[in-house]
Ligand binder design. Structure first.
Ligand code: SF4
Length: 305
């Protein structure tokens, strides 16, 4: 049952003809009032299909809201807390991409959607953890500059003959770095039948002990469709919240309970309400950067069909 504040938010949403988009790592109370939940790719696709709404409240981090704006420059996109930044996206500023391009002029530039708009504008195409390999394989170039997550770059490199050059050195997600083989193997001893589903932002040694390496969207599908009854999940803890809500008959366990993205959790119901009432905080991207970034977003959407 929804609480009073959640009910107020739903009423305001109707009044304002708004839509609430939420990343899978949002808290249960935000998940409960979202119109749509998803991983980065699913949110990108959804953002490209918002025609009938006047206001988009984006409960995710900065680069996701920027992507929604790039796809909908005529819409008001608001983010409940402007401090919700992805530290990994900030590890790859545009000058760093330009420097790599000068060093490897024949390489294609594939950037994870977890990048700032200014870096997206420098890319040939974007990717997400769900489609990274497919995008890389679809390109003519044999050398790929890939950033900013070195673990996702490692994952792609394991499955392609192309040369993958990670940019910058050491780009990472602090949340997915928290998982260790020891924690996972300890859980696995107690639940030997549970497959281990690991996000490709985890370290190589964690990916190596996984039964499957999947995006959060892929995890949802796997838990729903697999015949297994229990699963060990190595990604941000609130992904398990979503799995438990939507697939309650399966047992899903976080591989590490403290794997929390504090940046995502800056959004609260109070702040969502404020966003709806005051239509703040508006997300915008300078026109020239948005136009270039749009090309790399659209190319990804085209190639991932
Ligand atoms: S979980 Fe990692 S990659 Fe995702 S928003 Fe948080 S810091 Fe960024």
């Amino acid at each position: 049952m929804l609480n009073k504040l959640q009910e107020e938010i739903l009423n305001l949403k109707k009044e304002k003809n708004a839509i609430i988009l939420s990343h899978n790592y949002q808290t249960k109370e935000i998940q409960e009032i979202a119109d749509f939940m998803g991983d980065s790719l699913e949110l990108c696709i959804k953002a490209s299909q918002i025609d009938d709404k006047d206001l988009v409240v984006f409960c995710g981090v900065d680069f996701m809201a920027e992507t929604a704006f790039i796809l909908n420059p005529d819409k008001k996109i608001v983010i409940p807390d402007t401090g919700a930044e992805c530290p990994m996206a900030h590890m790859l500023p545009a000058p760093e991409v330009r420097k790599a391009k000068e060093k490897y002029p024949d390489a294609a530039v594939v950037l994870y959607v977890n990048t700032l708009a200014e870096a997206k504008a420098e890319a040939d195409v974007l990717c997400t953890s769900a489609n990274a390999l497919k995008i890389v394989e679809s390109l003519e170039e044999d050398t790929i500059l890939f950033g900013p997550d070195q673990n996702l770059a490692w994952y792609v490199a394991q499955h392609t003959d192309k040369e993958i050059i990670p940019i910058p050195e050491g780009g990472h997600c602090y949340v997915h770095k928290m998982f260790t083989p020891a924690d996972i193997l300890f859980l696995k001893e107690e639940h030997p039948e549970a497959p281990v589903l690991v996000h490709p932002e985890c370290n190589p040694e964690v990916q190596e002990i996984a039964d499957q390496v999947l995006s959060t969207g892929g995890m949802l599908q796997e838990v729903a469709e697999s015949e297994n009854e229990e699963f060990i999940i190595a990604t941000e803890v609130d992904m398990v919240t979503r799995l438990k809500r939507e697939i309650p008959d399966k047992k899903t366990m976080p591989a590490f309970e403290e794997a929390i993205c504090e940046n995502m959790k800056l959004h609260t119901l109070e702040k969502v309400k404020n966003s709806l009432i005051n239509e703040e905080f508006l997300v915008t991207v300078p026109e020239d950067i948005a136009a270039k970034a749009l090309k790399s977003v659209k190319r990804m959407l085209e190639l991932s069909k």
